[in-house]
Every structure is written in C-alpha cells, then in structure tokens.
Design a protein around this ligand. Structure first.
Ligand SMILES: [Zn+2]
Length: 347
C-alpha cells in the first residue's frame, strides 16, 4: 500500500478544499508514522475552508491539527513510542533547533514555528508524519474520538488556568460560545468560577444551550439582549472579574472593556484581522489587565489528558458529530452554521 486519500486545502480562494490522492508520508529518524483515528474540526480549518484565515498557508496542505491515533511505524532514533501505542500530538510540527523559546519551554510562542494543517500536512488523512517530541501517551480509558479534542482543551486551559488570574468565586464572562469559548467555560467551572456568564449572538442559540449544560448560570445574546445593560444590573453592578474574549471579531473587545470590573482582567484567545476602531481609554481608566493567550505547551497537555481520562472534563455537550472523512463537507457546514458545536472526522 502506498497511497491514501486526504482532505487538501489547495489555494487561498474560498472553498478550495477537496479530497485528493496522496502518497503515504515518509518518516525521518525522529518521527513516527501515525495512523490517524480521529481528527477534530477546528474553527481555523473552517477559516481556511472559507479563505478567511489571517495566517500564511503552505498550499497545498492537508487540513487538521487536532488528532489522536495509533503509532504505525517509528523512526530509528525514537525510543519512547512503539508500534501500536495510542497517542495524541501537539501542534508545533516544525521548530527552529536554536529557538530561545524551546529553552524556555514556551515553544508554542516561537514565531518561526510551523503547525500541522497550515504549515505542514495535517491529520485529515489516514496517515501523518509526526516528530516523536510532539506525542503524548493516552490512557486506555480515554477514547480516541475524545482524545482528538485534547488540543482545543489545551487552548482553553492555557487561556483560563495559566494566562488568567481566576480564584474560586470570581465572576467570569465568556464572549463567543464557539468550541474554544465553551471549553473555556468548562475550564472556568473547573477552576471554581462564581457566576459564569456566556455571551453569544442570535445564531448561537444551540451553542448557548451547550453552555447551560456545562454549567453557565446565565447565557445572553440568543434573543438579542443588551449585554452591557444586563451587566450594569448584575450583582454589585461593577462588572465581571474576568472576561474571556473567544470570538473571531475584533469589535467584541469593546464589549469586554464595557463589562469588565475595574482592576479586572480580559483574556483574549479569539483573533480576527479587523482593526479595532474604538478607544482603549476604558482599559486605562479601569486599570484592566489585557492578556493574550495562544496555543499550549507540554505540561498543559499532560494535565488535560488526565482531566479527560478521569472524566473531570465532560465533552458530551461539545462533541456532537463523528463522521467518516468522506462526510467532511456536511460536517464543516454544520459547524460553520453553528448547528453543531464540534465535529470529529475519522480518516
Ligand atoms: Zn484548533
């Protein structure tokens, strides 16, 4: 066997995605050949599908950076993994060897890193080449479909549990109930959040239902509610201790500034290329901490794998669809239209 069928993003033009015949990847001494069993669909895959991404893509490239699988073959210098091991993989596929950020353990922030699904071939294909340093072993109790969502869980863990200051009882507002926003809600709940508010728009009705299942005390936006007005009348009227901005729209930062409490924090994990076009004066006047959060690193992965395997994170409200790779278009469309929160493909 030498060929396979993978989902390829072949050009910048919208909807330049199709199934193509590909060779099975060759691996180097420090790589493994992974038999992909489950690949999560990320908002960023949808951005590349619609040609609206704000990062450079090495066309043509196989999509997918959230995945779990079984080791099919190991390079000759690989010691920690063997054929048949069940694994998940981090996303920093290519890193410059001399990166200062590797030494710091923050290789996720290395500007020259290349990730699966845009920089190098990703996981929406039966086989994938992965450097062994990216891999983590999986306990038998964790299904590969759920394990495929380790990556977005790590994004949320980094945003809420590492990059945010969140103490039990703190009020938390999350803007944007997409997969990352909802996983941030899960992490906030796990960290002992007090009142948890999740904010969406009219088309987010289904996702806001999922937010309720996760434990949000309040959801707003499905009926066009005035969120700022609601927050002015909430609790002691000062606003929320922590606001997580998980939308892909720059304008949502304005709402975040509006509803954050003086001396509170805004963590921005969603991104979009639009300019802001409003004043940041409230940031100064309220003495708010504005914190960016991007990706994740090794210790986060180990903790999230434990949380998933032990059932302390329940993905039931979020993982709504598992399809064969051939059903990719329907799954992409259902996620894009917010009919489902999150889909997983089985190449
Ligand atoms: Zn992702």
């Amino acid at each position: 066997m030498s060929g396979m069928i993978g989902l390829v993003n072949f050009a910048k033009e919208p909807y330049s995605v199709e199934l193509r015949d590909l060779p099975i990847p060759e691996i180097g001494a420090e790589d493994v050949l992974l038999k992909v069993q489950a690949a999560g669909i990320c908002g960023s895959d949808l951005h590349q599908y619609t040609g609206k991404q704000s990062w450079p893509v090495n066309y043509p490239v196989v999509l997918g950076h959230e995945f779990a699988g079984v080791v099919a073959k190991t390079g000759r210098r690989v010691r920690s993994f063997k054929e048949g091991d069940r694994v998940v993989s981090e996303t920093a596929a290519v890193l410059p060897a001399d990166s200062a950020f590797i030494r710091q353990g923050l290789y996720n922030l290395e500007p020259k890193r290349l990730g699966f699904g845009y920089g190098v071939n990703g996981a929406m294909a039966p086989f994938l080449k992965v450097p062994a340093r990216c891999l983590h072993h999986l306990p038998a109790s964790l299904s590969l479909e759920k394990a495929a969502l380790t990556e977005p869980c790590c994004v949320a863990y980094n945003a809420v549990c590492i990059n945010s200051r969140l103490r039990p009882g703190d009020t938390v507002a999350i803007i944007g109930p997409g997969p990352i926003g909802l996983l941030c809600a899960l992490m906030a709940k796990l960290s002992g959040a007090g009142h948890l508010l999740v904010i969406g728009i009219a088309s987010d009705a289904k996702r806001l239902e999922a937010a309720k299942l996760i434990g949000a005390e309040t959801t707003l936006g499905a009926q066009g509610e005035d969120v700022s007005e609601w927050v002015k009348n909430f609790g002691d009227n000062y606003g929320f201790d922590l606001v997580i901005d998980a939308t892909g729209v720059s304008a949502s930062l304005k709402l975040a500034l509006d509803i954050v409490r003086p001396a509170g924090q805004i963590t921005k994990v969603g991104w979009g290329p639009q300019p802001l076009n409003f004043s940041l004066d409230p940031l100064v006047q309220k003495a708010v901490t504005l914190q960016g959060s991007f990706s994740h690193n090794w210790p986060i992965w180990e903790k999230v794998i434990f949380l998933l395997a032990s059932g302390k994170i329940d993905l039931e409200p979020i993982l709504n669809r598992v399809s064969p790779l051939s059903g990719w278009r329907e799954a992409f469309e259902e996620m894009h239209s917010a009919k489902i929160v999150k889909g997983v493909l089985k190449p």
